[in-house]
Ligand binder design. Sequence first.
Ligand code: GLV
Ligand code: MN
Ligand code: MN
Ligand code: MN
Length: 400
Amino acid sequence: MSTATGLLSDISGVGADRQRGGYSRHGFDVVELELREWFIAEAGKRGLTVDNDRNGNLWAWWGAPGKDAVITGSHLDSVPGGGAFDGPLGVVSALAAVDVLQARGFQPRRPFAVTVFAEEEGGRFGVPCLGSRLMAGSIDPDAARRLTDLNGITLADAVDAAGFDPARLGPDPEALAGIGCFVELHVEQGKGLVDVDAPVGVASSILAHGRWRFRFTGEGNHAGATLIGDRTDPMLPAAQLVLAARAAARAVDGARATVGKLIPNPGGTNVIASAVDVWLDARAATDEVTRNVVAEITAAARDAAEAEGCEVAVTEESYGDTVIFDPALRDQLAAQLGGVPALPTGAGHDAGILAAKVPTAMLFVRNPTGISHAPAEHAEPADCEAGVTALAHVVEQLTR
Ligand code: GLV
Ligand code: MN
Ligand code: MN
Ligand code: MN
């Protein structure tokens, strides 16, 4: 019988990023393909049958696939230089929960599958929750196929190279209609469970959030030979966007705005960039507040671009409105687990995408520092096992 931490240590060498620290595991890259193979082998050891759906999501069925299925799982990809738990903990906990139930001789009566969703972080192609979004029909498949990574490889080409058929990417109403409910276990990204001294909780809501890409275009030139007065430097409005994001978010209670990715072209120390791409991540409690924060930042970015003589083009790369998880399922899980706390989160999840289509809930496992999307992300082994016990109990109750 495996533990969650034992399974995590089995994959601890896969995708370790020596430069950034932590892990870099991205949708349809060689690292993620190795993790898929590992998952398929682990599912096989438990007698589960693995299907690949049309969007590269994996479904490991315990018994025959069928309607009104209970599904649980998460993702194996990471942000660049991410932690070991965001994503994989939900997958390994599902496998460990199957072990717990099989050791007891339990047989689910309802169809049951462990799922792995593709490119949840959007670390490679920019759009988060790509596998679940495609399945749910919340992204246009043609637009998705055209998404490119930093090397100019399109999603279509990456999917093809990984051995899947890019023509099949798109809405999967059949898979969706088969889901009775989805439960995703995840490491908490925050200290809500630390504050209430509980190892496990359930999620109540997700902030509205999205990603916007600002492309500032100026004039590439020589850093030494170009007088300051002669420059049209797109790095100037890019820098002012960063400051405007902080100011706009600080002015609104609970709003967040982040620039975590800024890509100058061509990116040389002695080169005035010809263009800079700035990725803005903005989140707040409601759609309206999020949109207002982004509008304010956009206005500041346009003013700053004009002052420098630069052009700016703004693209909304992804968006999701506030998610309220199914209250009945959430309360059912909390009661099954003896009254665990319910917590809101600022992090996005495949569960947030599926929540618009099927009853969906999340279990959170305590994170002692609250740090996530960074190598220091952590959960204590005992808390991970409490998560497995909770998930096994929930699966048993939901599938009996
Ligand atoms: C994904 O984890 C996100 O919230 O950005
Ligand atoms: Mn994440
Ligand atoms: Mn995650
Ligand atoms: Mn996420």
